[in-house]
Design a protein around this ligand. Structure first.
Ligand code: 6R9
Length: 662
């Protein structure tokens, strides 16, 4: 190009540069604006202009990341002075040191100030079509009344209250009432036997139990109060059992029992009587109203970030159950942030997690995560096939659920019943589908995506544990159009740094490798200890790979760097020196039309009607191993199994099979 003089050429270069810079900064501004719209805290993070930069920032600057999120998303009574003080190798984990807050205030009061009539809970009772809605104002009242009741009966800060109740608003209010007065809760799944319950009450040194007269699930009545009666016979420390009424059938009460409804009303009646007889005041009604208001005020305890929020016993393993301990601020923050970003939960959405509150999934994603975010959360009391296999989808239609979160075992079961149960109902409100608890095999994933979600909802296979407090690996958050590979948890959540180890304990740095899944740095949601047994905590999670948190699961990292969970490491199958995860074998087996689901222990096949599963739906593969090894004494505690007769059938079938073999 001919230019009349050098000056002009300089001008053109400068001009273009300026335009280029302008365009660059405009684009940067737009991206920053996008990332800040996605997560407001990101606006304050240096160099963070898009989501992948945000992910990197959260991992490399985990302290700054969590400090900003904690300041923005939690209400503090006193601010923290130290973001974290952790030493993974010694199992010492502290977050937000010096800070004080109250979890129930974060889950209730602050939303009551802004939107008291917003629905907090939708109780999807066992009886289909009879849901009960509870607003934030009502849930706060219920929580305060319960908090006062517990206090009046001597429950103090630092005590532990065992909750043995079905999934219902009163159970949630009980958890929050404990949090309000500074007591720890210990929710025990209301399907566990008296022995399993007693063992957990004793280990937790719990002096108070809250239960209901009877439970109702899948149309069947269970005698929860009677189970508690049997359990507490071997728990001398239990001084009181609060009993609420889930059904109208009266139960025998003992001197130790306190009927919850009666106490609530008794107090008010006493007040009314006193006022009527003494004052004769025409305004007595108004005064009573004031007193009633008093009753719904319960001063929240100022809790330190690292005070215990709850214990939760893990199920399914051999030996003594482990009471994992979660603390206040870090747990709540992690549950809230994962709930918001993994499921893309927005204000006004209806979140449907169908897990029982007796599991960590129920704690983090039916209760704490959604309530901390001011969300509307469904409490599901029933089963996937009651009264018929359309239950989930009829509920999705009726309650207009936007995010549905369930377990692969239920998906596999429903898949067997056919597509018509799904097609019958309108699922157009659904935006995200989630899976948790076990690896989801490709066939189940595809069905969930194609049939349930009509191919338009992202399916998030979320990997995490009771120990991790919240979701650690999941396909979202990521860009809206980022690929999702069926049956893969894929991407670490903010600040999570997954690491794979080989059998010698060396870090595997390349892709397309399998190894033991560890997490390389602490995060706020992780469990702090095992109740009364810190040594066991260290030995189980910290010692196997010093400096890392060891998960006990195996994982494969793909060529693209995505994570896929291959199953528990103690279930790994060794074939000619190749260590194969159970999920990999089962994924192939499940693709056979005749196979509903499978569990692998060795290359050995036996057909059975049912697999041995825990009550949360996880296949107990160790039971199969013991049957094959003919070590029936080593099968361990089967009281946490959903249907112990499944084991008898397997033993019998295995005997027949071996008898027939030469
Ligand atoms: C949340 C929960 C934890 C164990 C965990 C792993 C298995 C959970 C999974 C998964 C593959 C997933 N697990 N989610 N395996 N893919 N998406 O289930 O907690 O009851 O403590 O169980 O469940 O083996 O270690 P928890």
């Amino acid at each position: 190009m001919w230019l009349p003089c050098g000056g002009t050429s300089n001008y053109i270069v400068t001009h273009f540069r300026r335009r280029l810079f302008k365009a660059y900064f405009r684009d940067l501004g737009r991206r920053r604006c996008n990332v800040a719209a996605f997560m407001p805290e990101a606006a304050g993070f240096d160099g963070v202009s898009d989501r992948s930069a945000l992910q990197e920032f959260s991992v490399s600057n985990s302290e700054s990341f969590w400090a900003a999120v904690a300041r923005q998303r939690l209400s503090w009574i006193r601010p923290f002075h130290t973001v974290q003080d952790c030493d993974l190798s010694r199992g010492e984990i502290k977050w937000f040191v010096g800070g004080q807050l109250n979890v129930s205030v974060n889950c209730l009061d602050r939303h009551v100030h802004t939107c008291p009539e917003r629905v907090a809970l939708i109780w999807e009772r066992d009886e289909s079509g009879s849901e009960v809605k509870v607003t934030y104002r009502e849930l706060l009242e219920m929580t305060c009344r319960l908090g006062n009741l517990l206090r009046r009966h001597g429950v103090k800060r630092g005590d532990c209250v065992t909750i043995y109740m079905p999934t219902c608003p009163l159970a949630v209010a009980s958890m929050l009432a404990c949090a309000r007065i500074g007591a720890a809760h210990n929710v025990v799944f209301a399907g566990f036997s008296a022995e399993a319950l007693a063992e957990r009450i004793r280990d937790a040194q719990s002096g108070t139990v809250i239960t209901v007269n009877q439970g109702v699930r899948g149309g069947k009545v269970t005698e929860l109060k009677k189970t508690v009666d049997t359990a507490v016979q071997s728990c001398p420390a239990v001084q009181q059992v609060f009993v609420a009424m889930r059904t109208e059938n009266p139960v025998a009460m003992t001197a130790r029992d306190v009927a919850m409804e009666e106490v609530k009303y008794q107090t008010n009646w006493i007040l009314i009587k006193i006022l009527m007889s003494t004052a004769g005041d025409y305004k007595w009604h108004a005064v009573v109203q004031e007193m009633l208001k008093e009753d719904v005020v319960c001063e929240p305890a100022a809790m330190d970030s690292e005070d215990v929020l709850f214990l939760l016993y893990t199920s399914g393993s051999t030996g003594k159950p482990k009471g994992l301990v979660h603390t206040q601020a870090g747990y709540l923050l992690y549950a809230a942030l994962t709930h918001r970003y993994v499921f893309s939960y927005h204000d006004g959405d209806v979140f449907g997690c169908v897990a029982d509150i007796g599991w960590i999934t129920g704690h983090s994603y039916s209760v704490y995560g959604p309530l901390a975010n001011g969300g509307t959360t469904v409490l599901f009391e029933s089963t996937p096939i009651y009264p018929d296999p359309g239950r989930y989808w009829e509920m999705v239609q009726r309650l207009k659920i936007n995010q549905f979160y369930g377990a692969p075992t239920a998906i596999r079961l429903l898949l067997k019943y056919g597509d018509e149960w799904v097609h019958k109902y309108d699922r157009s409100t659904l935006k995200t589908l989630g899976s948790v608890g076990e690896p989801i095999n490709t066939e189940a994933w595809e069905w969930y995506h194609r049939v349930v979600g009509d191919g338009r909802c992202p399916v998030v296979d979320t990997w995490w544990q009771t120990e991790t407090g919240g979701i650690c690996i999941s396909p979202r958050p990521s860009d809206a159009d980022a690929e999702i590979v069926p049956g893969m948890a894929m991407r670490p959540f903010f600040s999570i740094k997954p690491t794979l180890m080989d059998t010698e304990g060396k870090v595997l740095t390349s892709n397309d490798v399998s190894g033991a899944l560890c997490i390389a740095q602490p995060w706020p949601g992780m469990a702090r200890t095992i109740h009364n047994n810190h040594q066991r905590f260290i030995e189980t999670y910290c010692r196997p790979h010093p400096g890392y948190f060891f998960t006990g699961d195996g994982a494969y990292r793909s060529k693209e760097g995505y994570y896929q969970i291959t199953g528990r490491l103690d279930d790994v199958i060794n074939v000619s020196g190749h260590r194969i995860g159970t999920a990999e074998i089962e994924d192939v087996l499940n693709q056979c039309a005749a196979v509903a689901e499978s569990a692998s222990h060795r290359v050995f096949s036996q057909f059975v009607q049912r697999l041995p599963k825990t009550r949360s739906g996880k296949i107990m593969r160790r039971v199969l191993r013991k049957v094959v090894e003919r070590d029936l004494d080593g099968v361990g505690d089967l009281s946490t199994l959903d249907d112990p007769t499944a084991v008898q059938e397997i033993i019998q079938g295995h005997g027949d099979l071996c008898g027939k073999q030469p």
